[in-house]
Design a binder for this molecule. Structure first.
Ligand SMILES: [Zn+2]
Length: 290
């Protein structure tokens, strides 16, 4: 557990590891360009022998000011995702048991914060109950960027059941229909010192969550950064970014700001750590894991 002033943060893992070929996830990448970072990319983040990037999929459980907040809800269970075998019809994942081990029942969650509405970030928004998708966290406000929700609502209308592997239909729409979705703008404050920030590029409306604490700022960054590979090459955006150029600008600005202010970055896809502090090495960074 990470304690930052009055806040505590724990990681609740849904999948580890999840693998991509290096150029499958980072189209501009090459192993040669990462050779001088091999000592800290292996074995956790990159397997040089197979050229595979290893990702985790984790939620962050944040407790602050009497609030229990779950940031991003990973892939979920029972969801039909035939184009992603690792995500398809998962059963008995233990995710809710790990949440319970952290002292949190689904009804204890006050806020679910969705950085963006990709299928590996909002899957546990709902669960299957008697053949229907119902909100997993029945008391929670599901906070998400208004532009993000509007974008995927329009995509769903254009091709029903298709948006993000079907995520909108089974994991977003039921939350909206239950009256639990709370679309918000940049700057929205969940409690003192905890507010949403725009992290554009990966999706049209991706938001991060910024926590100010006595030692600096911690950013729950969604997919503004997928892998420590991008500390060595912050210019490499993922194949899943809708605006790769903007995504790279957002990533570099986030890293520069964190470096200058003792800041921490908490990505969903980090393995084996809650987050990291970026430490400057020439024109790039390396992680100091938390
Ligand atoms: Zn994403």
């Amino acid at each position: 557990m990470l304690t930052l002033g009055a806040a505590t943060i724990e990681r609740i893992v849904d999948i580890d590891p999840f693998r991509f070929g290096l150029t499958q996830i980072f189209p501009d990448a090459s192993l040669e360009a990462l050779e001088d970072a091999r000592a800290w990319l292996e074995p956790h983040s990159l397997d040089f022998a197979t050229g595979q990037v290893l990702l985790g999929v984790q939620s962050h459980l944040l407790r602050i000011g009497g609030l229990t907040i779950l940031v991003d809800t990973c892939v979920g269970e029972c969801k039909p995702r035939p184009r992603r075998p690792d995500w398809h019809e998962r059963r008995d994942t233990g995710y809710l048991d790990r949440l319970a081990a952290a002292g949190v029942r689904p009804e204890d969650v006050d806020v679910v914060m969705c950085t963006h509405l990709h299928a590996d970030h909002a899957g546990w928004n709902t669960r299957l109950e008697n053949g229907r998708w119902v909100p997993t966290f029945p008391r929670a406000r599901y906070v998400m960027g208004r532009a993000e929700l509007d974008h995927w609502t329009a995509e769903e209308a254009r091709a029903p059941g298709e948006a993000n592997h079907g995520l909108f239909a089974d994991s977003v729409k039921p939350v909206v229909e239950a009256g639990l979705a709370e679309p918000v703008e940049e700057g929205f404050e969940l409690t003192a010192g905890l507010s949403l920030i725009a992290l554009p590029g990966h999706t049209p409306g991706q938001m991060g969550l910024s926590l100010k604490h006595p030692g600096g700022t911690a950013i729950f960054c969604g997919d503004a950064l997928h892998s420590p590979v991008q500390l060595r090459r912050p210019d490499w955006s993922s194949a899943f970014c809708t605006d790769p150029v903007q995504a790279a600008l957002t990533r570099r600005a986030m890293l520069e700001q964190a470096e200058g202010s003792g800041g921490m970055i908490l990505p969903v896809h980090l393995r084996g750590a809650t987050g990291f502090r970026p430490e400057r090495v020439g024109d790039h960074w390396r992680p100091v894991y938390l």
